[in-house]
Design a protein around this ligand. Structure first.
Ligand SMILES: *Cc1c(COP(=O)(O)O)cnc(C)c1O
Ligand SMILES: [Zn+2]
Length: 406
């Protein structure tokens, strides 16, 4: 029912083989299905009878045995209509998909439910990943649920506190690497080739299949795909996965159109946005990526080729935002809509603001912004950049006085 295919040379790999990248040319792999058969078998009406979740779309996921699925009830996240934020940005139909609603607080859970299920199918007893935080939190939770070992490599000192707490409490073996995310990823990729650990970074073609369900959900929730989908980009697995989801949704006859994919990167870590803007065919990796948005602090995104393709094929574009703009957008979303998201997620709001100002997105368009992770993941950032609480003596008069002053 499915197989893997190299995105560059087209080499095919069977579902039984454990492969992460093409052994012929080294490029990434994509999961391919028999879409003709699926189109005959699946109807949108039938799918919509099932609860909104990753596994609503199980026939479109690369799983052999439904009985072996490891799930924490991921997906089915809310799509908020944001009237006040829309007004502030100059948009009539703005929606925010809050992926922080997922079991461990980020979209990574969509991928890990599929990834861990594959690890068990292949008979692995241990899984491994490099992480800027959310991947490790998610993988650790799913490994715990499955009863297998989880090893995570994180860049030392650069991961948000809430995410570290999660990996610790779920019982992962955590190794801090004295380097950045790109260094940690290089090491786990080499380690996984030794065969003992199943690699669950976004090079893994099965993990990102789970992430594509965000596209199906958005289209199901709105009744059609939006005109624009705005998403923050780090390692670029998510934008690639979401684009695949929208393409499949159309291919199955569930929709007539696909959205333009708008990728947002932080200024200090923006090789994909640079390639899009300059029209380069390859990215130029950033040696020392820097941004307050640690989840997208990645200089050498492994999925760059898929992401450039997603942006170009969809007719979308990419934009960069500064740390100040990210922090500002985080406040704006919280204060106008009551939604608290982590800095990387706020980057999509900051980017959207710029795109509307530039006229790249018209005020009448239907726009969905993906808020990738929950704000409580990184409580330090708003405290560091926000106004400190007022302080008063322990009397009624003192409190009244200070409130009047403000
Ligand atoms: C992982 C992550 C991203 C980046 O996703 P990529 O697939 O690496 O581009 C963005 N935001 C949050 C909250 C994340 O956890
Ligand atoms: Zn190849």
């Amino acid at each position: 029912m499915f197989h893997l295919e190299c995105i560059v040379c087209g080499q095919r790999y069977g579902a039984e083989e454990v492969v992460y990248t093409c052994s012929r040319c080294g490029n990434l792999l994509d999961v391919k299905y028999d879409y003709k058969l699926l189109e005959e078998r699946l109807s949108k009406v039938d799918l919509k009878r099932r609860p909104l979740s990753v596994w609503r779309y199980r026939e479109l996921l690369p799983i052999k045995d439904e009985g072996k699925i490891v799930s924490l009830k991921e997906g089915g996240t809310k799509l908020h209509y944001c009237r006040r934020l829309g007004e502030a940005l100059g948009l009539k139909s703005l929606y925010v998909k809050t992926e922080g609603d997922n079991p461990t607080g980020s979209f990574k859970d969509r991928g890990m439910t599929v990834g861990i299920t594959k690890a068990l199918e292949y008979g692995f007893k241990a899984v491994i990943c490099a992480s800027t935080g959310n991947t490790s939190a998610s993988l650790a939770a799913y490994a715990a649920k499955a009863g297998i070992t989880c090893i995570v490599l994180i860049p030392s000192g650069k991961i948000a506190y809430g995410k570290l707490a999660q990996a610790i409490v779920y019982g992962a073996k955590i190794v801090q690497v004295k380097g950045n995310f790109d260094d940690a990823l290089r090491i786990v990729m080499e380690l996984s080739l030794k065969g003992k650990f199943y690699l669950l970074n976004s090079v893994n073609p099965y993990r990102v299949e789970g992430q594509k369900t965000l596209a199906y959900e958005v289209a199901d929730q709105l009744g059609r795909p939006p005109s624009f989908l705005v998403v923050p980009v780090g390692n670029a697995g998510n934008i690639s996965a979401i684009w695949k989801g929208f393409k499949e949704y159309k291919r199955l006859g569930f929709a007539e159109a696909t959205p333009k994919m708008m990728g947002i990167q932080a200024e200090g870590a923006s090789p994909i946005a640079e390639a899009v803007k300059l029209g380069l065919s390859e990215i130029r990796p950033v040696e020392k990526p820097e941004t307050v948005a640690t989840a997208i602090r990645i200089g050498s995104p492994v999925n760059w080729r898929k992401a450039l393709n997603a942006i170009r094929e969809s007719g979308g574009t990419a934009e960069t935002v500064s740390d100040r703009e990210i922090v500002e957008a985080q406040k704006l979303l919280a204060r106008l809509e009551g939604l608290f998201v982590e800095p990387a997620s706020a980057a999509s709001i900051a980017g959207l603001r710029k795109l509307v100002e530039q006229g790249a997105i018209d005020k009448d368009e239907l726009v969905v912004c993906v808020a990738t992770g929950h704000g409580l993941k990184d409580p330090d950032t708003p405290v560091r950049f926000g106004e400190p609480p007022l302080e008063a003596d322990k009397t009624l008069e003192a409190v009244v006085k200070i409130l009047e002053e403000r």
